[in-house]
Design a protein around this ligand. Structure first.
Ligand SMILES: Nc1ncnc2c1ncn2[C@@H]1O[C@H](COP(=O)(O)OP(=O)(O)O)[C@@H](O)[C@H]1O
Ligand SMILES: Cc1cn([C@H]2C[C@H](O)[C@@H](COP(=O)(O)OP(=O)(O)O)O2)c(=O)[nH]c1=O
Length: 355
């Protein structure tokens, strides 16, 4: 069924009254089995691991050949030309290409539907949306399959969960690996390893679809965090704050002053996403960051190219990080040596987490 007719995907980014989520994921069904957590190796960027069996859909037949289908949604999905600033903010709040009015309470539209009654069929709208998504992007179907397996209410274990955020080349990969080694913990990243092989595919899609991928990745990652945090401290390289900050900075053009004001609901953590204990935001001055980027010499993602070319974009991402709430980010100057940064980080973790 997944390879059905070329209907228009209904992937929508929705920013509603308490946070934002992705209407594509309205089609995500709920399930009961947690996704297995993986002990990440760290160090390598954008890993494309062999398909982990625990994360795979049931059969390769689930992946019909990709078809080039023209996509009217593109017009909606591409970055909007800049209307009045207040219009941008209103669009962010009420939903890009989303419903004209905010959804009824509960205000936050979870990427997932409530669990269907035991043994019950998925809601018709759910299955039809899911098929629409999957018809054009087979990997979307596989993503839905994975999300189905994640429990709806994800409980953190007793060990601390510490997230590292920051612009590219601020030192996240370096410090997360060292903290993981020091604390003998788990190192996980967003998007999680089990879906990272599809990242290039979704990165080439219009913005709302791409973001739906990252948003879904956070929920899949949350199940891995939930499981791992019952066994050891969990270190996370990017999580919801990245998805939110890059989305806001992309959808709002212009200067930092044009961002939704501090305390706006767009900076809120989603109500149904497992929260970390501590979020550390690594910052370095722009010159040092460029030096590190050049030294690293890896192929650039679109966001990285944008960050390099566009000072305002970089400022908007960083400022959006600073405005994130509940949990907010604790900023760390990551310009000193690797050893000094590690020391600062470890002290903060000791201070804020029960270790
Ligand atoms: N504190 C530091 N001082 C100097 N160089 C650093 C420091 N931290 C990281 N680097 C170097 O900067 C580059 C980018 O770091 P990386 O950890 O890959 O950043 P990110 O994961 O945030 O993109 C790498 O070449 C890394 O070795
Ligand atoms: C996790 C995540 C990353 N991104 C972007 C930010 C980065 O510019 C790009 C690459 O992220 P990443 O692979 O984590 O790069 P790095 O190790 O250099 O930090 O993807 C999003 O736009 N949304 C997200 O949810």
């Amino acid at each position: 069924m997944r390879g059905g007719t070329g209907q228009i995907p209904r992937l929508r980014l929705t920013l509603s009254t308490s946070s934002f989520s992705y209407a594509c994921t309205e089609s995500f069904l709920t399930g009961t089995e947690p996704v297995h957590s993986s002990k990440a190796g760290g160090g390598s960027r954008n890993p494309a691991p062999p398909r982990a069996s625990s994360c795979l859909p049931a059969s390769p037949a689930a992946f019909p050949a990709r078809r080039a289908v023209s996509f009217p949604g593109r017009a909606v999905a591409s970055r909007p030309s800049r209307p009045a600033v207040s219009g941008d903010v209103a669009a962010l709040r009420s939903g890009l290409a989303g419903p004209a009015s905010p959804p009824p309470s509960p205000a936050f539209r979870s990427p997932r539907r409530p669990r269907p009654p035991a043994g019950g069929e998925p809601l018709p709208v759910v299955s039809s949306l899911s098929l629409q998504c999957a018809a054009r992007i087979p990997e979307a179907g596989a993503l839905l399959d994975l999300l189905e397996k994640c429990p709806v209410h994800q409980q953190k274990g007793s060990f601390p969960v510490v997230v590292f955020e920051g612009l590219d080349a601020t030192g996240k990969t370096t410090v997360t690996q060292s903290v993981k080694d020091t604390l003998n913990g788990f190192l996980l990243r967003s998007p999680p390893a089990c879906i990272s092989q599809w990242r290039a595919i979704f990165d080439d899609e219009p913005a709302p679809i791409k973001r739906a991928f990252y948003a879904a990745g956070n929920y899949i990652l949350a199940s891995e965090i939930a499981k791992a945090s019952t066994q050891a401290p969990v270190i996370v390289d990017r999580y919801w704050h990245s998805t939110a900050a890059y989305t806001i900075a992309t959808e709002i053009n212009g200067k930092v002053q044009d961002l939704p004001p501090a305390h706006d609901e767009v900076y809120q953590w989603p109500g149904d996403l497992l929260k970390p204990d501590l979020v550390l935001l690594l910052t370095v001055d722009p010159e040092e960051r460029i030096r590190r980027l050049q030294h690293r010499g890896l192929e650039k993602t679109k966001e990285e190219a944008e960050l390099e070319a566009n000072t305002l974009f970089r400022q908007r991402v960083e400022e959006s990080y600073r405005r994130m709430m509940n949990p907010s980010c604790q900023e760390i100057d990551a310009s000193p040596s690797k050893e000094e940064v590690l020391n600062t980080v470890l002290q903060l973790i000791k201070k804020h987490c029960a270790l």
